[in-house]
Structure formats: C-alpha cells, structure tokens
Design a protein around this ligand. Sequence first.
Ligand code: SAM
Length: 213
Amino acid sequence: MFDNYKANLERYLDELVPERPSELQKMETYAAKHNFPIIGPASGQACYQIARMIKAQRVFELGSGFGYSTAWFARAVRENGGGEVHHVVWDDELSQMAQDHLQTLGYSDLVTFHVSEAVQALQKTGGPFDLIFNDIEKPAYPASLAVIEEKLRPGGVLIIDNMVWNGRVWDKTEQSGTTQAIRQATEMLTTSSKWITSLLPIRDGLLVAYKAG
Ligand SMILES: C[S@@+](CC[C@H](N)C(=O)[O-])C[C@H]1O[C@@H](n2cnc3c(N)ncnc32)[C@H](O)[C@@H]1O
C-alpha cells in the first residue's frame, strides 16, 4: 500500500484540483516536456485558495518562471475584486513567455512584469503586500526573509516552495549549501514569534507563514 506513496499522493492531490483553463493545462504539459519546475496543480490550487482566504489584492512573486504560479495568483486577485500581481524573473525569454500566457488567460491588466533579480525588485517596489510567494534559487532563501518581512503587511502571508527539498532536509548526511539554506530559512520562520508557520507536504513542500507580529 505504501509503495510509490509519494508519487501516488502527488497524483491524487493533483486529481482533486477542479478543471482549470486549458491554457494552464498547456503550461503544465510544457513544463513536464521541458522538465521546468513549476509548482503544479495542487500547490497552485493551495496558493489560489490562500490568496482568496485573505482577500489578497497585492501579491509579489519572487522567481516566477513562465508565469504558471502567477496565473493562480492573478485568478485569485481578479476574484478578490482586482489589484496587482508582480511577476519577477531574471530571464527575458521567460518573462516574454509569461506575458503571452497571462494575456491569453485575460490577466495582463493585473500583472506587472519585472526582468530582474527578484529580491532587488521587491526591495525597489513599494509595499505593503498582502501575500508574497518565494520560489527563487534556494541558497538565497534565508537572506530574502528580511526584505520580505519588511514588505509584507501585518496579517499577510508568505508562501515558500520546495521546503521539503525531496526529503533532503531531514537527511542528516545531506550537508550541501542549498539544503542548509532551506533548513536555515525554515528554522528562522518556525522559531520566530513574529510568524505562525506550517509546512504543508504538498508536492515538494509548501511553507505557509502568517505574519503575526
Ligand atoms: C522554480 S522556477 C519558478 C516556477 C514558478 N514559480 C511556477 O511555479 O510557475 C524559478 C525561476 O526563477 C528564476 N530565478 C531563480 N532565482 C531568481 C532570482 N533570485 N531572481 C530572479 N529570478 C530567479 C529561475 O531562473 C527560474 O526561471
């Protein structure tokens, strides 16, 4: 029964996600074909749900790729009555792909596209934000938290992807800089009285932190 537990759980959670626009499904197919690391349907649905729950109108994404996660946040912001979603990636080609997808989905008017290092872009953009999503290169997670904390409103939510890192986080023999950075960011958020934090084991681990302080 527990053979292939992880793959079966991931498939089951993805299958629970209601039907979504065909453009989103096309993006999923592209990611699978090109081995591009998108958050996938179950994490996308969780991000969309959280953004709806807190009525997010200002969302900032760090590390947006070709716009898949952006589309889930844009959908929530539209249904929350409108606002803005910031897409940031340092690769011009990915930014262009994202602009095309979000236009097809009808969300262009909500999204601001930055081609930049993501933490620098957040630093330069006026806050506060209701929700910040972090999916940048993992060694940069710990240093990004100070800027995120400054830009998130009290009562806002931070979501960070890949916080299980395929199980490497609990493997004591695994001491790479990337894994250490993920452990450090997790510890910073779980031990601070300013945050109420849970790590949801959806796909590769979605950390959800509520800015309480
Ligand atoms: C994991 S992918 C993003 C996937 C996206 N969040 C989704 O689910 O659709 C991360 C992307 O952000 C870019 N990236 C990583 N670190 C970055 C940084 N510090 N600043 C800007 N872009 C970054 C990567 O090159 C890659 O295109």
